[in-house]
Each structure stands twice: as structure tokens, then as C-alpha cells.
Design a protein around this ligand. Structure first.
Ligand SMILES: [Zn+2]
Length: 198
């Protein structure tokens, strides 16, 4: 009988291959999103329609990433699906705006730059200080949030400019943090008393 109990204690945590491979896959995809942002900055590099098409293909596959939160061994926060949705929704907006008005390529390049950092902080080790890449990306997101919390500009949004206001709105959409989630990223924002989603 005792050996049965010991068996329970000795059971190894199963971690699926997808969860193990996530840090590498994330790094590749992070650089991919950054490369689209870079390409949009240079009108000679690639036609805007091609970038829009690449974003569409990526977006269509995003559900696979969202489902990683259900894989064995994933320790994602409760915020995981919301973060995935926020990123994918912004990607969808970027694609539509590029298709409707290619002259928005420079602004959309900045959107993608932001999306890359938020994508980089998607972690399946949300409660431990072990995912260094995600921690670094979250710190960059923090700095960005500060940039858009500039009180002087908040007092006079007109002066801040239309582009700045659009970027701030995207930053707000991407900065998902929820009260009922105790992952390191949400917890940090809760402690710092930042604006939280319910
Ligand atoms: Zn969270």
C-alpha cells in the first residue's frame, strides 16, 4: 500500500514537447514580427501588401499558440488567453490598415514593434523567475507603459499629437493585466497599483 503512495509522490511532472519548445519558437516569431516592422520602415524593402499577407497567415495560425496554455506542463497565467487575443486583434488591425491605406506603413511599423515585445513576454512559466527572455520583454513593456503615462502629455493630449495618442491606445490594448491572475506580470502591476482589467 505504501509503495502506491510513494508512487504518487514520485510521479514526474509531464511537460509536453510544445511547452518545452515554446521559448525557442517564441524567439523565432519575435524576430519575425520585428523583421516585418523593419521592412515597413523601408519602402524599398518589401511591398506593403506582402507584409499584410504574412501577418494574415500568422494571425490565422494564432489559435495554435493560444492552445499552448492547455498543454501538459504549461504554467501560464489566467491572463494567457486575453494576452493572446489582444496581440492577435492588434495584428488583425495592422493588416487591415495596411491593406486599406499603405501610406500608414510607418505608423504600423511602430505598432508591430510594440506587438513584438508583448509577444516576447508570453510565458508558460508565469509564476517563476526562470523565463529570462519574457522577464526582459516585460521590463521593456513596463518602460513603454511609463512613456505613455507621461502626465504632461495626458493633460494636453492635443499637443501630444494624433500619432502618439494612437500608439498609447494600442499600448493600452496590449497591456493586459487582470486582478484574479497572480502571475508575476499581473502581480507586479497589481502591487504597483497600475491600471488593471477586471
Ligand atoms: Zn497574469
Amino acid at each position: 500500500m505504501l509503495s502506491g503512495f510513494l508512487g504518487l509522490f514520485g510521479r514526474q511532472t509531464v511537460i509536453s514537447d510544445q511547452v518545452k519548445q515554446w521559448p525557442d519558437a517564441r524567439r523565432v516569431l519575435f524576430h519575425l514580427i520585428q523583421s516585418w516592422s523593419k521592412a515597413l520602415k523601408d519602402p524599398e524593402e518589401i511591398p506593403v501588401a506582402d507584409v499584410a499577407d504574412l501577418i494574415r497567415q500568422f494571425s490565422e495560425e494564432f489559435e495554435t499558440i493560444r492552445k499552448l496554455g492547455c498543454e501538459e506542463g504549461a504554467k501560464q497565467g489566467k491572463c494567457w488567453p486575453m494576452k493572446c487575443d489582444a496581440i492577435n486583434n492588434v495584428l488583425e488591425d495592422v493588416r487591415l490598415r495596411l491593406e486599406e491605406d499603405p501610406s500608414q506603413r510607418f505608423l504600423m511599423s511602430q505598432y508591430l514593434d510594440m506587438v513584438a515585445r508583448h509577444f516576447g513576454r508570453l510565458t508558460l512559466q508565469a509564476y517563476e523567475n526562470t523565463d529570462v527572455f519574457a522577464i526582459r520583454m516585460d521590463m521593456m513593456v513596463d518602460m513603454e507603459e511609463e512613456r505613455f503615462r507621461d502626465e504632461r502629455l495626458k493633460d494636453d493630449p492635443e499637443e501630444a499629437g494624433r500619432e502618439w495618442r494612437q500608439l498609447r491606445a494600442v499600448s493600452k490594448r496590449l497591456c493586459v493585466a487582470i486582478k484574479c491572475c497572480y502571475c508575476l506580470q499581473c502581480g507586479k502591476r497589481l502591487v504597483l497599483n497600475k491600471e488593471l482589467y477586471q
